[in-house]
Each structure stands twice: as structure tokens, then as C-alpha cells.
Design a protein around this ligand. Structure first.
Ligand SMILES: Cc1cc2nc3c(=O)[nH]c(=O)nc-3n(C[C@H](O)[C@H](O)[C@H](O)COP(=O)(O)O)c2cc1C
Length: 159
């Protein structure tokens, strides 16, 4: 498989587990996006903050910086859906990240629906070839054999 970097954000651990499973299957490197201030693990408390940030146009500062993507041939990019679109730390990351024209394979985790996630991602991501979005609802996340198979099938479609 092409040399791969996995970039992800995870607040409550689902995307962290997915990123690590993907890394184990591909021998890829991991880069975790981390805000300076972590969000509350209670979804509604986190949403109060995230919604206010959006209303005020203040995306969170990040302490994780930006990875050097030059040595990679492709990027996997994942995170949770927040308020039907990209989580605030991922939005913040994308304001400055440059994907150097490389293929970017995105995934998203969510409960019910993700609305216009793919469209928003394409609008916010600079200089990358965004591929089809892998949608991972909770029904898949909470079923480890199914998740495992879904991730394997997804990776098989890549180089
Ligand atoms: C601030 C916030 C907003 C959320 N908004 C949505 C939403 O609009 N739709 C949805 O299906 N899930 C929503 N969720 C649930 C998350 O998508 C779900 O918990 C997440 O995919 C888990 O990823 P993580 O454990 O890697 O953080 C929200 C969660 C948080 C914390």
C-alpha cells in the first residue's frame, strides 16, 4: 500500500480506535488533531461550546500543529460529525493544512445522519484530491466484526 498518513480528530474515542485499527491494517503513521482546550465528554455540554464557537466565528486553537505530509503518498482523514458537519477542531485544522495535491480518503462517524458533511469537507480542504466519504454510523461502530470488515473493504479500494 502507498505510504499513508492517517490524520484524525476524536473527542470520545471512537475515531481514535478507528484510526488505530486502520494503522494496524496498513502500517500507516498517525497524526491526532488536538485542541488546546479539550471538549467536555458530555455531548450536549460539548455542543454548547462548539455552537457558540461557530456563532462567534472562533474555531479552537490547536496544540497539535501540522504534520509534514511530504513523505506520504496518500492521506486518510477522519473525525466525528458535529452539528451535521465537520467537528470544530477538524475545521480549524483545515483552515491551514495543505495536502499538496495528494489523494485524501475521508471518513466520518455519526449517530443518525451526516447531512452535507462531504460537501463541506470538499469546500474546506485545500489542495487535496478528496475521494468518496466513508460513512460510519453507530450501528457499524458498535459491531466490531462489521466495522473491521468495512475498514478492510475500504482500504482494499485504495492503492
Ligand atoms: C459537539 C458534538 C456535536 C455532535 N453532533 C452530532 C450530529 O449533528 N449528528 C450526529 O449524528 N452525531 C453528532 N454527535 C455525535 C458524534 O458524532 C459521535 O459521538 C462521534 O462520532 C464520536 O466520535 P469520537 O468518539 O471520535 O469523538 C455530536 C457529538 C458532539 C460531541
Amino acid at each position: 500500500m502507498a505510504k499513508t498518513l492517517i490524520i484524525y480528530y476524536s473527542s470520545t474515542g471512537y475515531n481514535d480506535r478507528i484510526a488505530k485499527q486502520l494503522a494496524a491494517k496498513t502500517d500507516a503513521d498517525l497524526f491526532r488533531i488536538e485542541p488546546v482546550e479539550e471538549y467536555d465528554h458530555d455531548m450536549w455540554a460539548a455542543w454548547d461550546i462548539a455552537k457558540k464557537e461557530r456563532e462567534e466565528g472562533q474555531l479552537p486553537a490547536l496544540k497539535s500543529g501540522y504534520p509534514d505530509t511530504s513523505q506520504y503518498q496518500q492521506i486518510l482523514l477522519g473525525g466525528p460529525s458535529w452539528g451535521y458537519t465537520l467537528a470544530n477542531p477538524l475545521q480549524s485544522f483545515l483552515t491551514k493544512a495543505d495536502f499538496a495535491g495528494k489523494p485524501v480518503y475521508p471518513w466520518v462517524t455519526f449517530y443518525d445522519h451526516d447531512e452535507k458533511y462531504a460537501e463541506d469537507l470538499r469546500a474546506q480542504l485545500h489542495n487535496g484530491q478528496v475521494q468518496d466519504l466513508l460513512e460510519l454510523p453507530m450501528s457499524v461502530l458498535d459491531n466490531q466484526p462489521r466495522l473491521d470488515q468495512t475498514l478492510t473493504d475500504w482500504l482494499t479500494q485504495m492503492n
